[in-house]
Design a binder for this molecule. Structure first.
Ligand SMILES: Cc1ncc(COP(=O)(O)OP(=O)(O)O)c(N)n1
Ligand SMILES: Cc1nc(C(=O)O)sc1CCOP(=O)(O)O
Ligand SMILES: [Mg+2]
Length: 209
């Protein structure tokens, strides 16, 4: 059977999070270093700006055959022909997305509560975001810190692909994979790095250990 979720290192990028280089350069360097999935997450832009950035990013990612995921905004995701979209519990639901966008190939959904696992919304998703594994300054409107035991618990309850997000870095990536995550998603560990390619390579090495 073909692995429908082969991704191991997931960059969640915004222009604001990129401290040392333009976000398009960060994305390209990160891909060269081992990122195999990229989400554009722009929380403070107009739809027009979001769309423009998404088109620019997709042009680069297409050269490396790395899929683009759009955060929250279904209109932008469809317009730029992204591979997918990531949504949380306060966003448009996965079932609604499938109705509107029949050929979406990668639909992510955040898990903040074990009760969500049994829901149709979770089962409709292609992967589940463990939200967050560890508390992070990058996103503070969260309700739980799953920790390693939470990752293991979720792993024991579902066979769906699990993406670990929240304060993930080269020091904790291996143990989170060991606990049951399939893929590690990062913002700061790559976007705030002086050398994004090296940062991605270090993360990838930890994941593949
Ligand atoms: C891979 C991944 N996991 C979780 C999230 C968080 O999504 P959400 O809960 O909708 O929060 P916002 O990112 O929209 O603030 C994510 N974006 N990506
Ligand atoms: C985009 C996002 N979602 C989260 C969640 O918990 O759902 S945490 C997060 C930001 C992760 O940033 P960093 O890698 O800098 O900790
Ligand atoms: Mg969201």
């Amino acid at each position: 059977m073909v692995n429908s979720f082969p991704y191991r290192l997931y960059l969640v990028i915004s222009e604001e999070a990129c401290l040392h280089h333009h976000f398009l350069k960060v994305a390209e360097q990160a891909v060269k270093g081992g990122v195999d999935l990229v989400q554009l997450r722009e929380k403070n832009t107009t739809t027009e700006e979001f769309q423009q950035k998404a088109f620019q990013l997709k042009e680069i990612l297409d050269r490396y055959q790395v899929p683009l995921i759009i955060n929250d905004n279904l209109e932008v995701a469809q317009k730029v022909e992204a591979s997918g979209i990531h949504v949380g519990t306060s966003d448009i639901s996965p079932t609604q997305i499938r109705k509107t966008w029949q050929d979406v190939s990668c639909l992510g959904y955040s898990i903040e509560d074990l009760k969500q696992l049994d829901s149709l919304e979770s089962k409709t998703a292609d992967y589940l975001g463990i939200s967050p594994v560890f508390k992070t300054e990058t996103k503070t409107d969260t309700i739980i810190e799953w920790g390693l035991s939470g990752v293991a618990k979720i792993r024991s309850l579902t066979h769906q692909p699990l993406v670990a997000i929240g304060h993930m870095n080269a020091k904790n990536a291996a143990e989170v994979i060991q606990a049951g995550a399939n893929c590690i998603a990062v913002v700061s560990a790559i976007c705030a790095a002086k050398d994004p390619a090296k940062a991605a390579e270090q993360l990838r090495n930890e994941i593949e250990k």
